[in-house]
Ligand binder design. Structure first.
Ligand code: SF4
Length: 246
């Protein structure tokens, strides 16, 4: 696949956590819209949507991270993969392979990793010989309806496969979480949140959040009380199961 050169990889995001983004672009092509795509288009890193959906890998990303961590006097406690791309995106095994290398490099220097994907996790991540630290792996999941996924996350992994791959990591002893955001309002899809919660009821932590940056969702009447009600459902579910709720 096409590669790009970078001088640095590790950075502290405006949200306050450390991140690496070892690709530009993402084959999942989310239409929520994807904030990373909008920024890439604004700043000339992606010509258009088609260009964004053909990701470019950062060459020598593992060596870059190794060197940067080596030189840090105070190493981060944890690194996030990724904020502006997807570490296990569908159709790009080179990116997944690099994600594994980066996690191994970070763990080798005593730094844990937290990952988030709409793709498929490889079971190798549960190999504590290669990844000795307590890494945390999560999926984004806002529906179980494949019609919804094809409309809003056209290139991402089917929901059932996404959940199964995460469950395999959980069963192998890894810490896992589900990121239920941006949760759609009923005018976008009528669905039962409880079914989604049941599907990921094995995780250690659940994040829940509304859909704030699409006129279709923000225009929904009673939006705030709808989200309050849904958050209560998540809170109850988590409390009953001993799952951390954010
Ligand atoms: S998976 Fe994330 S980075 Fe990729 S297109 Fe969707 S929102 Fe953007």
């Amino acid at each position: 696949m096409e590669t790009i050169a970078r001088k640095t990889l590790l950075y502290k995001s405006g949200l306050g956590f450390w991140c690496v983004n070892h690709a530009v672009g993402c084959s999942h092509g989310c239409k929520y819209p994807c904030y990373a795509y909008m920024m890439a288009k604004t700043y000339g890193r992606a010509k258009d949507y088609a260009d964004w959906c053909r990701p470019k890998l950062v060459a020598h990303a593992a060596e870059l991270l190794d060197t940067e961590l080596e030189h840090k006097r105070k190493k981060p406690e944890s690194i996030n993969l990724c904020l502006t791309t997807d570490p296990f995106m569908v159709g790009y095994p080179e990116i997944s392979a690099m994600s594994l290398k980066l996690i191994a490099v970070a763990n080798g220097q005593g730094v844990a990793c937290s990952t988030l994907t709409k793709g498929l996790y490889p079971i190798e991540l549960a190999d504590r010989g290669r990844f000795p630290l307590e890494n945390v792996h999560g999926i984004s999941l806002v529906s179980l309806d494949e019609g919804f996924r094809k409309r809003w996350e056209p290139g991402a992994a089917p929901y059932a496969e996404r959940i199964l791959a995460l469950k395999a990591l959980h069963d192998a002893g890894s810490a896992t979480y589900a990121h239920i955001e941006p949760y759609p309002t009923p005018n976008l899809i009528a669905q039962d949140l409880s079914a989604i919660l049941q599907a990921v009821g094995f995780v250690d932590k659940i994040y829940f959040g509304g859909w704030n940056y699409n006129a279709l969702a923000t225009g929904f009447p009673d939006r705030l009380s709808f989200y309050d009600g849904q958050a209560e459902i998540v809170g109850r579910f988590c409390a009953e199961r001993g799952i951390e709720f954010r």
